[in-house]
Design a protein around this ligand. Structure first.
Ligand code: ADP
Ligand code: MG
Length: 279
């Protein structure tokens, strides 16, 4: 096990989420070949890696929407693989998720979108639901927009509604999949600020998945960098920026070639062109 996998890793007891030696393939294509990471409680942990490195896949392990082929996933010390479907459904209440596309329900109002998980998971009276929804919308600055439909909102506002929905049930963990993608710089700044503020105000733990080094580092307490099916480095943003590991430097500085090769593995070019290659 290399230094990147052990040194300075947040302690297990202080971890809300832990993945231990996870292996996973889509059909025969390996995505993870020994992924281990720990998400400390109370902080914002940013998981970075190139597009296609398996970040969204990893998030699906945490909610057990996907199961690893081997390895363990713990949430609050619970091995989620051992839970029944009903227990897992209950546990998911403790996780809020902001999907890669905001994925608002287009035929429901802003209010109803935020109310949706509350209605799905609780039997609270309407007056209390209204109270909860308006408080969450207030937190993202959109209480006044409650009667609008998603199509009437800008992309940045849609993302904020999705954020309000993700925290509707006061989750212990909020998971953000590429929350900055496709936003203009001002909206992006708003989302960065909101993720930080909501994390600290609600005392939650946040996992932010992004390929965006700058935005990721700007909100991270702790950073994990994925590549080649495992963790290639982790540390505070400062430690990552100052790392002398080639792999970490390539990603942090956006260098086109390095340990992560520019060329997808292939037969040699001359063989491919002149001998018919393997296909
Ligand atoms: P990231 O979120 O880091 O961009 P993903 O986790 O979405 O990466 O995907 C990792 C790799 O697995 C990608 O190459 C993607 O094409 C592939 N992949 C994702 N979902 C599926 C699926 N349902 N079936 C087969 N391959 C998939
Ligand atoms: Mg993704």
């Amino acid at each position: 096990m290399n230094q990147a996998e052990t040194a300075g890793t947040p302690d297990t007891r202080d971890s809300l989420v832990e993945l231990r030696d996870v292996h996973f393939s889509y059909d025969t294509r390996p995505i993870y070949t020994g992924l281990s990471l720990r998400v400390p409680r109370g902080g914002v942990t940013v998981v970075m890696g190139p597009s296609g490195s398996g970040k969204s896949t990893m998030l699906n392990f945490i909610g057990r929407r996907l199961k690893p082929n081997s390895g363990d996933v713990f949430f609050d010390g619970i091995d989620i693989d051992k839970l029944s479907r009903a227990e897992m459904f209950a546990l998911r209440k403790r996780m809020g998720m902001l999907f890669q596309s905001s994925a608002l329900l287009t035929d429901l109002s802003v209010f109803e979108n935020v109310a949706f998980p509350i209605r799905e998971h609780t039997a609270l009276p309407e007056s209390l639901i209204r109270h909860l929804v308006l408080l969450k919308l207030e937190m993202v600055g959109l209480r006044g927009a409650r009667d609008l439909m998603p199509a009437e909102l800008s992309g940045g506002m849609q993302r904020r509604v999705a954020l309000a929905r993700a925290i509707a049930l006061d989750p212990d963990l909020v998971i953000y999949d590429e929350p900055f993608t496709g936003l203009d710089p001002i909206s992006m700044g708003v989302i960065v600020k909101l993720i930080r503020e909501l994390n600290d105000a609600l005392g939650t733990t946040s996992i932010v998945v992004t390929h965006d080094v700058e935005e990721g580092c700007s909100i991270a307490d702790y950073v994990y960098l994925l590549g080649g099916g495992k963790v290639i480095g982790h540390g505070t943003p400062e430690e990552m920026h100052n790392s002398d590991s080639e792999d970490i430097r390539q990603f942090m500085n956006g260098l086109p070639d390095g340990p992560v090769a520019y060329h997808y593995p292939a037969d040699p070019l001359d063989q491919d062109l002149f001998d018919g290659g393997s296909r």
